[in-house]
Ligand binder design. Structure first.
Ligand code: HEC
Length: 202
């Protein structure tokens, strides 16, 4: 093959590749949300194979009234997972792509079992919530509640009215990037810093 012919073929291959990549970016990701009846989110049964963002232990929030009880949630862990392709997108741009799906898992904790003496480890699932970035929803985000362990819903309609109001309020006023608590996810926080996508004040 002549040199110019080869250069032309390489150029063509690069262009087709770029075209395909752009087309892909505009589609919903394969590992993103699966809906039933248009907007009800099917509970992703493989979210434990997604990208793990971080855990919180016994986190309470400034708007909440804490009565100092030892309720189930005060010693529970929260684990946050995101679909892997959206995580990769965020690491490259500092912005969550459309179709980004988060799962928030609450788990009980325990101490002093097996060889453990101090500190706490995670045990049973308590409940599952989710959040999806989708331009069809008000402000581009939908919030979901799959309920409590043992009676988890297979799919959930987006929360509306009074049920979604606190989610939207807290996830708007206190979040570092868009509607998400990137300030608590160390690797995503680094990417947001690098790309300058943190909200003012973070
Ligand atoms: C008072 C504040 C507050 C309210 C109200 C709230 N959240 Fe959150 N949410 C948080 C914080 C803080 C995190 C960070 C993760 C953690 O707690 O470990 C979070 C994380 C999440 C995440 C992981 C992705 C992200 O945005 O960072 C999901 C999903 C989520 N919340 C769903 C919900 C849903 C659904 C509701 C309403 C039913 C809700 N949240 C209400 C504070 C709140």
């Amino acid at each position: 093959m002549t040199r110019s012919k080869r250069t032309l073929m390489i150029a063509l291959a690069v262009c087709t590749g770029a075209g395909a990549a752009i087309a892909l970016a505009q589609q919903a990701p394969d590992d993103g949300p699966r809906y039933e009846d248009g907007t009800s989110l099917v509970r992703p049964d493989d979210y434990r194979e997604w990208t793990f963002l971080s855990s919180g232990l016994g986190m309470t929030y400034e708007d909440e009234t804490t009565d100092g009880d030892s309720s189930e949630l005060s010693q529970s862990f929260t684990n946050v997972f995101v679909n892997p392709s959206s995580y990769r997108g965020f690491m490259e741009t500092g912005v969550w792509p459309d179709g980004t799906t988060f799962v928030l898992e609450f788990r009980q904790s325990a101490s002093e079992a097996s060889i453990n003496r101090a500190g706490r480890f995670q045990t049973d699932l308590v409940m599952l919530e989710a959040e999806v970035k989708d331009p069809r929803f008000p402000d581009g985000w939908a919030f979901y509640d799959f309920g409590r362990a043992g009676e988890l819903a297979d799919s959930a309609a987006p929360l509306t009215g009074e049920r979604v109001a606190p989610c939207i309020e807290c996830h708007t006023l206190h979040t570092a990037v868009e509607r998400t608590f990137v300030q608590f996810y160390p690797t995503a926080l680094e990417a947001a810093r690098e790309h300058g996508t943190l909200k003012p004040g973070f």
